[in-house]
Design a protein. Structure first.
Length: 354
């Protein structure tokens, strides 16, 4: 790891020199790429310096602990060593993530589509749990989130939930969440205490940026309005505020009813529509963009899974990289870095092999 870090940091001065060149501002795309690389390398430098400092403190404290005779001082040193070991683990994880070079799409906004698959009401409840998990993760990362569409189920879950996330490294960390997520637990409605297996599907769409112009002709759209269903009091009974848009050439259908304003619902539905059309264009344009929506989502069957959440054993397993963690409770509270960072590293190494 040390050799990799030093090799990357040797490029920092070169990137700074290029950013300082007066000619760079004439090429905005190149400037953005260099600025992103500089931010990545500067962050790596800061985390690496901190990690080295923590390791030095650990060595000093361990040496002091061996020679210290006072029980009270030993107790304090033991606590400090324990704290430093946790910090070192966190910093090492950060360094491993930062060792993967930046991708121009790293901080592109994404749209997450979560849908209940096999398991009925229990699957819908797990959609709700995963939405909460991603919202907590977004808070920890300082990302902005926005609901685009939600279809509640009878028991308080969601048949479907679509939200957008934007911020630093959103796509980098969220791109590998696409697929079938399987849950094993005892449902609240289960009287015999039996563990049930359910599944949900997640698709991850990249929102187009200014370099990716998606032209949607108004005459290709069929726009229908209807009354919103679900919670909302008397308002939902009086106003046709919900919007459904069909893109006739591709047959793509999107809907939104989250806002009271028909105009705002149309705006959100158009964002979702454009993102789906952009994903389709990427799929046709580049073979390496193999994270196709249909393969991401699958059928929602229990057997097609990328990850299993086993609540009785407090275990979460990502089957793509054979990673098992016994801290599902923390994962569901948004501690996702121990899953997302190894996935980023794994698939980067796979690309290098190819």
């Amino acid at each position: 790891m040390k050799n990799k870090v030093e090799k990357l940091l040797s490029r920092l001065a070169e990137v700074e020199a290029q950013l300082g060149s007066p000619d760079i501002l004439s090429d905005q795309k190149r400037y953005r790429q260099l600025a992103q690389e500089h931010a990545q390398l500067s962050t790596l430098q800061g985390v690496w310096v901190h990690l080295q400092s923590v390791e030095r403190q650990l060595d000093q404290n361990r040496a002091l602990f061996i020679t210290e005779a006072d029980p009270e001082m030993q107790h304090l040193l033991r606590e400090e060593i324990s704290h430093l070991e946790v910090t070192r683990e966190e910093l090492t994880s950060q360094v491993q993530n930062l060792l993967v070079p930046p991708d121009p799409r790293d901080s592109r906004g994404v749209i997450l589509e979560l849908r209940a698959g096999t398991g009925g009401d229990e699957a819908a409840l797990f959609v709700s749990d995963c939405v909460r998990m991603y919202q907590y993760y977004a808070e920890k990362k300082g990302w902005k989130r926005e609901i685009l569409s939600a279809s509640p189920s009878e028991l308080g879950g969601y048949k479907e939930y679509i939200l957008s996330l934007s911020g630093h490294n959103v796509f980098r960390l969220m791109q590998y969440e696409a697929g079938t997520h399987r849950v094993q637990r005892v449902p609240d409605t289960e009287t015999q205490g039996r563990v049930h297996t359910s599944a949900i599907t997640i698709a991850v769409l990249v929102e187009p940026d200014e370099d990716e112009q998606i032209q949607v002709d108004e005459k290709d759209l069929q726009i229908d309005t209807y009354r919103a269903s679900g919670a909302g009091g008397q308002h939902v009974n009086r106003t046709d505020s919900a919007v459904r848009i069909t893109h006739i050439p591709t047959g793509t259908v999107v809907a939104c009813q989250e806002e009271r304003s028909q105009h705002k619902n149309k705006e959100k539905a158009m964002r979702l529509l454009v993102s789906r059309i952009a994903e389709e264009q990427r799929r046709k344009a580049a073979a390496e963009m193999s994270a196709i929506r249909s393969s991401q989502v699958g059928s929602g069957d229990r057997s097609e899974r990328i990850r299993t959440y086993n609540f009785p054993q407090n275990r979460v397993t990502d089957h793509r990289i054979d990673l098992t963690l016994y801290k599902l409770d923390r994962v569901m509270e948004g501690d996702l870095d121990d899953l997302t960072v190894p996935l980023v590293n794994h698939f980067y190494q796979e690309k290098l092999k190819e």
